[in-house]
Design a protein around this ligand. Structure first.
Ligand code: UD1
Ligand code: UDP
Length: 372
């Protein structure tokens, strides 16, 4: 329960994209001064560069509860979160649990809450890749089914939800909280000296890859690395490597291949401010990340998404994103094409204006006062 006066809300984070999406919502709810807020960190991500660094740079308060679940198979990680979070909920029962995105922490904490009859709000609901081999797609579909409030980032998410039988009054189009962080921290990006630190000069590509479909299979990662090395005859490449990908590069003996290339700048995962400074000035980004597809659209930087599908179609129809599939051998030609036509007409999707967190806080206020 919250205090005698205020409803209690648990804000749940677990993995890197969650901090960036949750922080603006936490702040907007705090501003309302009518909720008792607790920040719960499942510990799905735990390395300094995947967790504490973001709390520091985003100026977030330390978590009130850390479940410290760490890594494991899907079942092990999900089960550990369920077990540990249920114990927390039984001791300190909030009036609502708010979850973000599509990671294992999102579904596990939602499930623990609804089984105790605690309502769930899902931020970034309704995105669909229609590819059920992706762990994230399972997490999205299931979380949306059990959520009481569904906050969406783009209008097509509403159609997806209605098709799945979700009633319209639960759905609120509020915009994109990841873009709230981008807008709020833009002055801080300018202060990063990451280009100087790395010694990288334009033209350059910024890249991130961590989807199991690209990095877990040796033959796929081998082909991807071969093509990435090829594009260094066109431009420099900055590759902050996700821990999953680093393990795989090492396991398959591919790390050296990238490190030996003088045009390749391989780094640890970067802090938010350095990463965003690099992204806003990049000539192109290559990625399989959800967040990077959205951020590059906002910046107007061309983005090549190395996937067969995307749950974020608005970044293609309105933004700078282009899906190039996963044959990999087309990467050099796609980069050449994008660099030859650098100016693309793009617009910023509706309500990606830095105010999504405030809209969510307004809906929450009305919901608790019985108006929604
Ligand atoms: C998770 C999410 C994915 C999201 C990504 C964001 C799921 C199913 N996947 O993928 O949707 O896009 O986070 O980055 O929730 N590891 C470390 N240190 C860490 C964290 C992870 O070394 O701090 C390593 C471990 O070997 C671990 C592996 O990375 O087994 C994968 O971590 P995990 O959280 O299971 O999945 P991600 O690939 O990070
Ligand atoms: N990011 C970062 N440093 C990095 C890589 C990513 O700060 O080295 C940020 C970036 O803002 C990105 C976000 O983390 O949009 C989400 O990361 P990730 O790609 O891991 O998750 P996804 O969006 O694919 O779930």
């Amino acid at each position: 329960m919250g205090s005698d006066q205020f409803p209690g809300i648990h804000i749940v984070v677990g993995a890197r994209p969650n901090y960036i999406k949750a922080n603006p919502v936490f702040r907007a709810l705090e501003q309302q001064d009518r909720f008792h807020l607790s920040l719960i960190h499942t510990g799905q991500h735990y390395d300094h560069t995947m967790s504490a660094l973001f709390f520091d740079q985003l100026q977030m308060k330390a978590p009130d509860v850390s479940l410290k679940v760490g890594s494991g198979s899907h079942a092990v990680q999900t089960a550990r979160i369920l077990e540990r979070y249920e114990a927390v909920l039984q001791k300190d029962t909030p009036d609502l649990v708010m979850v973000f995105g599509d990671v294992n922490s999102t579904i596990a904490c939602s499930l623990a809450a609804v089984k105790l009859h605690i309502p769930v709000a899902h931020v970034e609901a309704g995105l669909r890749s229609f590819d059920r081999t992706m762990p994230e797609e399972i997490n999205r579909v299931l979380t949306d089914q059990i959520a009481d409030l569904l906050f969406i980032t783009s209008p097509e998410a509403k159609d997806n939800l209605i098709r799945e039988g979700i009633s319209e009054e639960k759905i609120h189009f509020v915009g994109n909280t990841m873009i709230d962080s981008l807008v709020a921290f833009t002055p801080h990006f300018q202060m990063s000296n990451i280009h100087g630190v790395l010694g990288v000069t334009k033209p350059y590509a910024l890249m991130t890859f961590h989807r199991p479909s690209n990095v877990d299979e040796e033959s796929n990662l081998q082909k991807l690395v071969r093509m990435l090395v090829k594009i260094t005859d066109q431009l420099n490449c900055v590759f902050p490597v996700h821990p999953r990908t680093l393990h795989k590069l090492e396991q398959f003996g591919l790390r050296q291949r990238l490190e030996d290339n003088p045009h390749f700048f391989l780094t640890e995962p970067l802090g938010y401010l350095d990463f965003m400074r690099l992204q806003m000035e990049a000539d192109i980004v290559l990625t399989d990340s959800g967040g990077v597809q959205e951020e590059s659209t906002f910046f107007g930087v061309p983005c090549l998404t190395v996937r067969d599908n995307t749950e974020r179609p608005v970044t293609i129809t309105e933004g700078t994103n282009r899906l190039i599939g996963t044959t990999y051998d087309n990467i050099p030609e796609e980069v050449r094409r994008a660099l030859a036509n650098p100016v693309r007409k793009n617009s910023i999707p509706e309500l990606w204006d830095g105010k999504a967190g405030e809209r969510i806080a307004d809906v929450m206020r009305e919901w608790f006062s019985g108006e929604k």
